[in-house]
Ligand binder design. Structure first.
Ligand SMILES: [Fe+2]
Length: 584
């Protein structure tokens, strides 16, 4: 006799069969169209990007070891283009990660190959490895050969990847970028951050700017550019500057060059590396720096600014061969105006076992301009430019190692041999005081907090640790700082009038400060703005030049205002974390 099976058990067993038998498959996991890649990394943050074939939520999990990714950063909502910002990281630290959905499904990662290493402290002298590729994204085997030669070079961790434009032929479309750029380099880009400059084949600025998350707000140091097409960042003791030599409004306008000047004036970094697509000292029948506007204008407009602030190396593409100058300075005209006696700071090969490395110990002048446009294919025959030391029609990429006071540059061919090399050395750097910008003057209402937004740059010396101190220099009432020891802090004011605030920054040995004016009004007293101290529009501490009668009236008015404010006792703080961006 058969024993009757309870109905609940039947339902349970049937469900298991259906689920595991695939009749009711588990919800499909989104598939990756672009594997994860790292963007805009700094000493405290990184932007994680990936693209799925269908919409999904976004989660990055990270931690100190594989299998222990104990911190989640979630973005609810659905999308295919995933962009998750991770902040509050420790400098020079390795984190493993995974990407997936907020449901917990993992689309990639939680293995040894998915990790990121935050930038070292600004000013740090630790060795930094840069890999630069130009005009790379041809989709041809020659592109793979150049890539593989670098992958097989050594075991040195890649800190910075620079893509010098024309990254995805033939038109920089979505599929060009997926197939000829991200899919080709994803083995590296999942753990080495890439920054790019726009080339003429990156035809659609929208597709280009969507593909990359560049630091527009000085998230990694420097001065905010407000543009993804030109920007700067710090990495260790290097200040990187990206310019846009393709977009007419940038190339021929003034905003980019004004920003460049301000940005370079603010940096204390030992090394400056600039990059843009159109090479200023490279001639071929296709792209001639004597005539093509991107090449000619960048040389005439950008090089004088860069050289006045001591730029060391410039990287470009566009012509599909390799060339580089000797150590040059102050040559902005056509090639026939070149005079080695005037423009060559060092006419030698820059090699320690040849004419000697390029030395900038006592003279800060001189930069080397590199054309590295043969990372995907070879095209065009060079027309000799007299500033160049070498012009070779070979495939390859640039391998740049910077450690302390020395920069070593190699052109690595697709067959693994080194076609060219040179070095630049500098003197040990003396400590300089931080550069402090307290931000813009602002207006506020009594009792309502505003955010102070300052920037501080330092050379990382002596120890890379900065302290900050906001104080009220002058003003009729109190200035309550939420955190006066942070670069950025909310502050509120007790009474109407003009306040001078000062931010001081110290590196432990040297300090510097900057002041701003905050004009405070009382919303309950439309006439309160007249309380402003005489001459309060300047950035200098005010002397009490008011007469005794005026001063008495002023004091009485202030006491009344304070009393009214005290009675209302309305003090609102907008609590936001200090940016703590430049210096952990
Ligand atoms: Fe190009």
């Amino acid at each position: 006799m058969c024993k009757r099976i309870p109905r609940a058990t039947l339902v349970f067993v049937t469900s298991l069969v259906l689920i595991f038998g695939g009749v009711f498959p588990a919800p499909a996991m989104a598939e990756l169209e672009r594997q994860p890649y790292l963007q805009s990394i700094s000493d405290t943050r990184v932007v994680m990007r990936w693209r799925t074939t269908s919409v999904d939520s976004s989660r990055v999990s990270y931690g100190s070891s594989v299998g222990n990714l104990n911190t989640d950063v979630d973005m609810p909502g659905l999308r295919t283009e995933h962009e998750v910002v991770i902040t509050g990281l420790a400098a020079n630290t390795k984190y493993f990660y995974s990407v997936g959905s907020v449901s917990g499904s993992i689309e990639a990662g939680n293995d040894a190959g998915h990790y990121f290493i935050t930038a070292p402290d600004v000013g740090s002298s630790r060795k930094i490895r840069i890999w630069a590729i130009g005009d790379a994204g041809t989709g041809k085997t020659t592109q793979d050969d150049v890539r593989d030669a670098y992958y097989n070079l050594d075991d040195v961790e890649t800190d910075v990847v620079l893509a010098l434009g024309d990254n995805a032929y033939s038109d920089g479309t979505e599929s060009d970028y997926t197939n000829n750029f991200f899919n080709v380099y994803n083995g590296l880009l999942k753990h080495a951050p890439v920054w790019s400059t726009r080339g003429n084949h990156d035809r659609d600025p929208g597709i280009y700017e969507t593909a990359f998350t560049h630091p527009t707000q000085a998230e990694g140091g420097g001065i905010a550019s407000g543009s993804e097409l030109y920007y700067s960042f710090d990495y260790g003791n290097i200040h990187f500057v990206c310019l846009d030599s393709f977009t007419d409004s940038n190339l021929k306008g003034t905003a980019m060059y004004t920003w460049l000047e301000n940005d370079l004036a603010s940096t204390l970094q030992k090394w400056i590396i600039a990059y843009w697509h159109h090479p200023p000292y490279s001639r071929s029948s296709a792209h001639d720096s004597d005539s093509e506007s991107g090449q000619r204008l960048s040389r005439e407009m950008a090089n004088p600014i860069l050289e006045s602030y001591g730029v060391d190396l410039q990287l470009g593409g566009h012509n599909h061969f390799y060339s580089r100058t000797v150590l040059i300075n102050n040559h902005y005209g056509l090639s026939d105006t070149w005079d080695a006696d005037i423009h060559a700071i060092d006419p030698g090969d820059g090699r320690g076992n040849g004419d000697g490395v390029y030395r900038k110990e006592s003279n800060p002048e001189g930069a080397v301009y590199v054309l590295a446009g043969s990372s995907g294919k070879i095209d065009y025959t060079p027309i000799h430019h007299p500033a160049n030391f070498i012009e070779d029609e070979v495939l390859g990429s640039m391998v740049i190692d910077v450690e302390g006071d020395r920069m070593d540059v190699r052109m690595l061919r697709e067959n693994g041999t080194v076609q060219d090399y040179f070095s630049i050395t500098k003197a040990p750097q003396a400590n300089q005081a931080p550069r402090v910008n307290a931000g813009n003057n602002q207006s506020a209402e009594t009792g309502v907090a505003i955010n102070l937004d300052a920037t501080v740059n330092d050379d990382g010396l002596p120890a890379g640790v900065l302290t900050y101190d906001w104080i009220k220099v002058s003003g009729p009432g109190t200035a309550a700082f939420a955190n006066g020891a942070a670069v950025d802090t909310p502050v509120s004011f007790s009474a109407a009038g003009s306040y001078t605030l000062q931010l001081a920054a110290s590196d432990g040995v040297l300090s510097a400060s900057d002041q701003i004016i905050i004009t405070v009004t009382d919303p309950d007293d439309p006439g309160s703005v007249i309380v402003a101290a005489p001459g309060a529009s300047g950035n200098v501490k005010k002397s009490s030049s008011a007469g005794s009668v005026d001063a008495t009236l002023l004091l009485g008015f202030l006491l009344l205002a304070l009393l009214r404010r005290h009675v209302r006792a309305r003090v609102v703080y907008i609590v936001t974390p200090g940016r703590n961006r430049d210096h952990p």
